[in-house]
Design a protein around this ligand. Sequence first.
Ligand SMILES: Cc1ncc(C[n+]2csc(CCOP(=O)(O)OP(=O)(O)O)c2C)c(N)n1
Length: 514
Amino acid sequence: MNGAESLIRTLIASGVEVCFANAGTSEIHFVLALDEIEGMRCILGLAETVVAGCANGYGRMAEKPAVTLVHCGPGFANGIANVHNARRANTPMVNIVGDQATYHRPFDPPLAADTEGLARAVSHWVRTSSSAEHVSSDGAAAVQAARTPPGQIATLIVPADIAWTEGSRPALPLPVAPRQRVAPEVIRTAARILRTREPAMLLLGGHALGEAGLYSAHRITYATGAKLRAPTQVPHIARGRGRVPIERVPYVVDTALSALSGLKHLILVGAKPPMGFFAYPGKPSLMTPQDCAMTVLARPEQDAVAALEELADDVGAPRVVRIEEAGLKPHIVSGPFESEAFGLTLAALLPENAVVVDDSVTSGRSFFPATYNAAPHVWFQGTGGAIGHGLPCATGAAVACPDCKIVCLQADGAGMYSLQALWTQAREKLDVVNVVFANRVYKILFGELRSTGAEPGRASNTLFDLGRPDLDWVSLARGMGVEAVRVETLEGFADTFRAACGRRGPFLIEFRIS
Ligand SMILES: Cc1ncc(C[n+]2csc(CCOP(=O)(O)OP(=O)(O)O)c2C)c(N)n1
């Protein structure tokens, strides 16, 4: 068998089931091998940013990697922003990048590029296969790297001649180390801090934001009075009625500083110290007060869930602590778009076990608190700050979870970075309701500009305005085979969303914001 075949057989044996692809000539033998081999679902993305974003959404929900197949350095480069977003989310992902045949590269053909350099910029693990004999063990190592906690980006570059050379054999899957337990003395230190009853907060990230981690954290806060927060951007969080509500560190620096003011201890549970998204003149980078001590309970790759449970026991928390229903009651609001009102309306209608993918930028500023009491659901955010993750991420999540309704909350400017994902949703008949907030401006950037004290001028009015012509999302969606409707009021949204949730398949609602 040739290198491509042995590589695919190895990926399948290692548990990889889905290939999001946008291939070219250097991947032809890989595609030919996919034609022959059962067990890998192949999904076309019409741009590499879609391919990478799909793998990000898939990996977050499936908790195992999809493989992406992309074409040479320039193809990989097209997807880098969404690989970066996946890296920031600790999503497991394997990228296969086809490249020039080894003996052809010295002639410097047009697509030759520093593929390894591009890959290294966003990957935890990079290798260029050097022989057909070893390409399968390279593939097994790539899956092992991707699955290493807390989840990594592994990029394997496969020169075309290595894919087509015969004499290769599949490799056995490699073992994946489980999450490391946190040392008992670290748990005891955290317990000692919490017992002082000085103002303390647990900052939960990564897998600690699943249902079990949140529940143990809730026990701890009940027993010690410590507060609880999540980072500003979270890749994956269990939410809704019956689950522990957790606020995030606010995005706006001054609001974040006041939310964390007075703290004497911040305990990091799979999270980083809370920093501002950007620096601003005269404002600090870290959101904690200067005299606040930081203690690491669990690093992102450690078993934060077990650590929280042990800490809860150590501080003497009862095993069962009621989760009080707090916060706003979901209900359908009418009138024009307003962030909190939309959140309440969405919360009233969200189907159980939905996956909400949030790339809503300023429109979504108040969605989070308004949806605490929705039906149980999972919420995804962009974690790398590179906008345009929403539509592809929702697409990949729908592949991973065919029985869940996926709801993509998408700002219009960000949506235009990767709107081709709608075509993949239609092609694969994926169950996604996309809601586009059509305010026709880069509103956040006008806000950032005004916060310097300046007023928009000729350039900023050109660069931050999306009108002239207005984007027509209904036509864009229909042009890619996705049914779409425009609404201008919350009651119109409620009717359309309810109907969209009552059927299967992709749908787009353009919410015109005046
Ligand atoms: C890949 C990438 N390019 C550019 C930016 C800078 N940026 C941040 S927000 C934004 C515009 C967002 O506009 P929109 O999606 O319409 O949301 P709104 O601000 O209107 O709510 C831009 C261009 C970014 N964060 N990531």
